[in-house]
Each structure stands twice: as C-alpha cells, then as structure tokens.
Design a protein around this ligand. Structure first.
Ligand code: SF4
Length: 291
C-alpha cells in the first residue's frame, strides 16, 4: 500500500501558500524522501517546526524599507503584535478537513448529514483508527462520540493516562455508510488517501486499529481481528497494534481484558509504564481488568 506522497505535499503546499510562508515539512517519514530542498540539495529536507514558534517574515533583501516613523509622543500605544503564523502541519490538517467536508468522491456523500474528518492533537504520539462514523458521529461531525466513544475515552484515560485531546482519532471512511454497513471496497479506495495523509502529517509513534475493518484496510490484510491482535505489525514503519472496536466491546464485555493487554502493549511501545496507575502511588492495585 503506497503512501500518496504527492497528495500530501499538495496539502502542505496549499496550506503554506494560504498562510503566506514557505513550505516547512513536519518531521515524519515523508519528509526525507519526498521533500528535497530544490535550492540547496545538500541541506536537510526537514526543518522541524518548534511548538508555538512564531516566525515573522524577514525583510526581503534588496527592498529598502522606509525607516519607521518616530513616535508621535512618549505615550504612543504599543504597535499591534505580529500575528503568530500557523503551524504548517496544523494548516495542512485543516486544509484536509475542509476537503473532507466538501468531498463527493464516493456515493457515501449522498446520505451523510456531516462528514467526520477526525480530530485530535496534530502532534499526537498515538493515533486511533476506526471504521466509519455511526449515527451519533454523523449527527455531530465528530468521531467516536456515542457509547463506543465513551468507552474509547475510558481506554485512553484509564488505560493510557492520557486525554482525548492528547491523541488523534480518525476513521477509514469519513462518511457514514447507510444502516451502519461496512464500507464497500470502492468507498474505502476513494477515502483512504485522506487517512494516509493524516497519518503522514500527524506522524504518530504508534497506530491503534480499532477492529477488523480498520486493520484490514489500513494494512492490506485479510485476517480477522482475532488473528491480527498481538502480531508485530507496522504501517510504513509505524508500529500498529490491533485491538477490538469499542462497539464490539459493548456487546462482548468479556473481551475488555484482551483490550487491556493490547493497550499495555501500546504503552510499552510509547516507552510508558504498562499501567499508567504506576505513576500514581495512591492508585488501587491492578485488578487485571480492562480499563
Ligand atoms: S466517505 Fe470519504 S471519499 Fe466518500 S464522500 Fe465521504 S469523505 Fe469523500
């Protein structure tokens, strides 16, 4: 499954142009291969943006600027602060979000109330990928907001010691299939480039596939989730952990114990304690139950 790097670069270039600045690629597996610096072939292709960095534009050489006028009075107001430039990664994700909201690439657009692009921390270390929006998500335009979403929140907080805002959550398909059926192959093929771009932009350290449909379509595999769980998998070098979809866990709560095992593995891959309660000396002892 090849990553659509040209599509991703188009996102970045459009976003950079919209913010009136040069293209600066985020760190990730895309940049060294797909973004050679044309003017300086020996220079590194990636200039990792620093969080919160403001980058006012330098004056252009050769264009003389008139000297600033002298203050009219000692009590003159301070000049307005220069607006902070948006992070190109966030700008590219926003550009992608807008494209998803207007997308008509497949027939699922005809029945949707809202497309659900996905949301979360643009610099998330872990990315959760589900199948497609359900009814609640279609109503709200947000991923995993129904009972399954509440369970996912519990997994994130109780199992990982994180908050939803710390991770990135997306789906294979961004529009709800009618009757909550599985997305059809042509619908997946039409939508998957959006997800691939999101993965490249966020550049997570670990991907968690929630359920069979997410795992099969991201990885190009055909096995059931029960066979893919526990395997050492990766998506273009990013470790992938397959676990049960939260909606399935609501129907089969006994499987939560297996999800807890999978989440411990995610924590290990992130270099975190297997059990986030280890950070809290007042936490109750591990019951062995899933979060
Ligand atoms: S499911 Fe994806 S490809 Fe199909 S219309 Fe929605 S956003 Fe576009």
């Amino acid at each position: 499954m090849a990553v659509d790097r040209r599509h991703l670069l188009q996102h970045l270039e459009r976003a950079a142009k919209a913010y009136g600045r040069d293209l600066v690629l985020p760190p990730g597996k895309l940049a060294p291969q797909a973004a050679p610096a044309p003017a300086k072939p020996d220079a590194p292709a990636v200039d990792a943006p620093k969080p919160g960095r403001s980058e006012p534009r330098e004056p252009t050489a050769g264009h003389a600027h008139p000297p600033p006028p002298a203050p009219a009075a000692p009590t003159a107001p301070e000049p307005a602060p220069v607006p902070t430039q948006a992070d190109p990664r966030e700008a590219a994700l926003e550009q992608l979000r807008r494209e998803v909201l207007a997308c008509t690439r497949c027939k699922l657009h005809t029945g949707r109330r809202h497309a659900v692009p996905g949301e979360g921390n643009p610099r998330a270390r872990v990315m959760f990928i589900g199948e497609a929006p359900g009814e609640r998500e279609d109503q709200s335009g947000r991923p995993f907001v129904g009972p399954a979403g509440q369970l996912l929140d519990q997994i994130i907080t109780g199992g990982m010691g994180l908050q939803r805002k710390d991770v990135f959550i997306a789906n294979i398909n961004k529009c709800r299939p009618p009757g909550n059926r599985e997305p059809e192959p042509d619908e997946v093929a039409a939508c998957l480039p959006f997800l691939r771009t999101q993965v490249e932009l966020v550049a997570p350290e670990v991907i968690v596939c929630l359920g069979r449909v997410a795992a099969q379509n991201l990885l190009g595999r055909t096995e059931a989730a029960s066979k893919l769980r526990g395997l050492d998998l990766d998506y273009h070098g990013v470790p992938v952990v397959v676990t049960w979809h939260p909606a399935y866990l609501l129907r089969e709560p006994d499987r939560k114990r297996e999800t807890w095992i999978d989440i411990k593995r995610v924590n290990r891959l992130l270099g975190n304690p297997e059990d986030p309660r280890q950070k809290r000396p007042d936490a109750p002892p591990d019951s062995g139950q899933s979060p």
